[in-house]
Design a protein around this ligand. Sequence first.
Ligand code: SF4
Length: 188
Amino acid sequence: MASSASSLEDLASRIKTCTHCGLCEGRTNAVPGEGNPRAEVVFIGEGPGATEDAQGVPFCGASGRFLDELLGSINLNRADVYITNIVKCRPPGNRDPLPEEKAICAQTYLVPQLGLIKPKLIVTLGRHAMHFFLPNLKISEAHGRVFRRDGQVYLPLFHPAVALYNGSTRGQLVEDFQIIPRLLEQLR
Ligand code: SF4
């Protein structure tokens, strides 16, 4: 049987040539995700921005540097976790991904990725990722709270890109991040 790492690589190869939705038309690089194929925690953002599209790497711009800082604050780094997005190709002009783009991309790629990694904890970053798993919640109310659905544990957090430019959201995200190690300890 194929290892989860090689199966993740197979998925990444398919993502890089995917034409299942219109977002393929404007992309430079699809961004499958990266990290530990056996991560205990998976971080899921919205979609690639300009820097991610140029490099094919998730969270590699300013918000990525902030995410690295946040991971460091709980003694983790990128090699410990897995980082990906709801849509793997950049929406033009950084517009919000459309409902049909999110649905087709997440069902085709994100759900199988999570099935291979089998994380103890899924951390959603921003409302788009949260709504795929936890519809109808408000991020302003749900951030920093733990949810359990069908045996999976979720922690919705603000998106680092939003927090970068809003001091109070930034402080809240830093505070919410500290829940992760305590939660992982309980889940082990
Ligand atoms: S966003 Fe997802 S579904 Fe759309 S083309 Fe890219 S990889 Fe395929």
